[in-house]
Ligand binder design. Structure first.
Ligand SMILES: [Zn+2]
Length: 369
């Protein structure tokens, strides 16, 4: 059994990878460094479910891995394949993170077959339950084998009352497995008339040595200049929320469940050499910063990224805007009703003195609050 971490590729031709940025790599790796580990901060990523009947987090996590050769249902063979792919340290780190947070962790092992083959119910995915395996290495109940119909039922069971988003005839353009692309389309042959059902993922969870989640981060690629966002600076969670409401509501529910912080990281695969960080509360940006893009091969730049990320997390930003009459105001109360809802009309300063130096005055409502 040979497993591999999933990768983004064209759904119709998986040899064609999605655009990447060779300089900065995948931002997940910016957090998975000795600089964060020296502060006892660790990272995780997984797929998760929301119970949409009451908007709560379902304590179930899946780690996706692609399967390249022979299929086995023997628990110990599967375990060995996972360790070969992920390393024993990562496996235990994920197991402990989930255990301490009362989350049931399973690996979902997906054969890397042609998308059209999923219609054949002989083709199956494996669910490998980590906690069950841990209790008893011979436990065959730790391993389940599901065809797409059974998998869809399982996902519905976890998601409860989910309304799926219609992705269009073509489904996902890029996906991390042929299965997700298959599930993003209507499949009349198996009476599957919904789509976009596969659970969303959390790109980065930063947790401490007590396995407490502190920060979740959604990573987005800015792949081309478009009207609403010609540059990284204009790109923002607001634009993504419109496209994929379900995903961002899921992350908002996860943030509230853990009472942690939520950041958006937008990085380019264009020629821009900067990325953007946004702090998000109630799916609204409360501070934002443009920073130089680190080179993933440079320890000095990854250290600088770590320091800049820390500074951003700890900074108390000053929100400012120009009124319709051209008056320049800054706000000290984040709930002030005069803060524009449209994030494009907001300017962020790192301090009050910086705002004042730029000719902004304290809003009178904020002064009296
Ligand atoms: Zn104000």
């Amino acid at each position: 059994m040979k497993l591999q971490k999933p990768f983004h590729a064209n759904s119709q031709n998986r040899t064609q990878l999605s655009p990447i940025n060779c300089i900065c790599g995948d931002p997940y790796s910016w957090f998975d460094t000795e600089f964060f580990r020296n502060e006892d901060l660790y990272v995780a990523t997984f797929d998760f479910f929301i119970n949409w009947s009451n908007n709560s987090f379902q304590p179930i996590a899946w780690i996706k891995r692609l399967l390249y050769n022979e299929f086995s249902l023997d628990p110990q063979t599967i375990f060995k394949a996972i360790i070969k792919c992920d390393g024993i340290d990562y496996y235990h780190q994920m197991r402990l993170f989930c255990e301490k947070n009362n989350i049931e962790l399973s690996y979902i092992i997906i054969p890397d077959i042609e998308e059209s083959n999923w219609i054949n119910l002989e083709n199956k995915v494996i669910l490998f339950n980590v906690m069950k395996y841990d209790k008893n290495h011979d436990d065959t109940a730790a391993v389940e084998c599901l065809n797409v119909k059974e998998l869809i039922e399982r996902i519905h069971l976890y998601k409860v009352d989910c309304t799926t988003a219609y992705m269009g005839e073509k489904g996902l353009f890029y996906s991390t497995s042929s299965l997700e692309s298959f599930l993003s389309k209507k499949q009349t042959a198996i009476n599957y008339d919904k789509d976009a059902i596969y659970p969303g993922d959390v790109d980065v969870v930063i947790f401490n040595k007590d396995y407490k989640p502190l920060i979740i981060i959604e990573i987005k690629k800015h792949t081309k200049a478009y009207e609403a966002a010609p540059t990284i600076n204009e790109d923002s969670i607001g634009l993504w929320c419109k496209k994929d409401r379900n995903k961002y509501e899921s992350l908002d529910i996860l943030q509230k469940h853990w009472n942690c912080e939520f950041y958006m990281l937008i990085y380019p695969t264009t020629t821009e050499r900067v990325f953007k960080l946004e702090k998000v509360d109630n799916l609204t940006v409360t501070k934002s910063k443009i920073l130089p893009l680190p080179c993933v091969h440079s320890q000095i730049e990854l250290k600088l990224f770590h320091d800049q990320f820390n500074d951003f997390v700890n900074s108390k930003p000053v929100i400012a805007n120009k009124t319709a009459s051209g008056t320049k105001l800054y706000h000290t109360d984040l709930r002030c009703k005069y803060i524009p809802r449209d994030s494009k009309r907001i300017t962020y300063f790192e301090s009050i003195s910086q705002a004042e130096d730029s000719g902004y005055n304290l809003c009178s409502t904020c002064r009296n609050s």
